[in-house]
Ligand binder design. Sequence first.
Ligand code: FES
Ligand code: FES
Length: 181
Amino acid sequence: MRIIRLRLNGDEVQTSCPSHWTLLELVRYQLELTGTKQGCDKGDCGACTVLLDGKPVLACLTLAANAEGKSVTTIEGLMPAHIQAGGTGSDPIQEAFDECGALQCGFCQPGMMLSARALLNEKPAPSREEIHGALSGNLCRCTGYTQIVQAVETAIAKACDKDVPKPAWQTELDNLDKEAN
Ligand code: FES
Ligand code: FES
């Protein structure tokens, strides 16, 4: 067993786990934060993405011991971090995913949102190419990626006080209305 001290979603935590455990195992099975998903468990899908000292990492490929003395943010910590920074309610990325319908089963969503949050923390108004690049390690088997990218662009537009793109579902509804009339 190994004792690990870390800052988890803003709280100082001391915990322990077998030395060979990954950060994903520590978070899910010792700390019981199941928002971090166990997908492929070999670095392919991005479902296990968490922020380690603000940078996105694949928790399934990161030893728990590497979190010693560091700050770890899981999806459960996104809203508290936003509130602590002076915001209200959910993180704008979470709001935008909801508004844009950027999910179906939701399995990829925690990792997607944390990757997006890390990008916007580093660069508040990235280009579409940069959004694609930042999310390229996060796979979604359900949605296609249109709404996901649109959600990130919506969060950017709101933060920069720019025109918010119309959600893809709204455009489709408008088109159906036009066809019906
Ligand atoms: S579970 Fe870590 S990349 Fe798939
Ligand atoms: S919504 Fe199902 S994997 Fe992305």
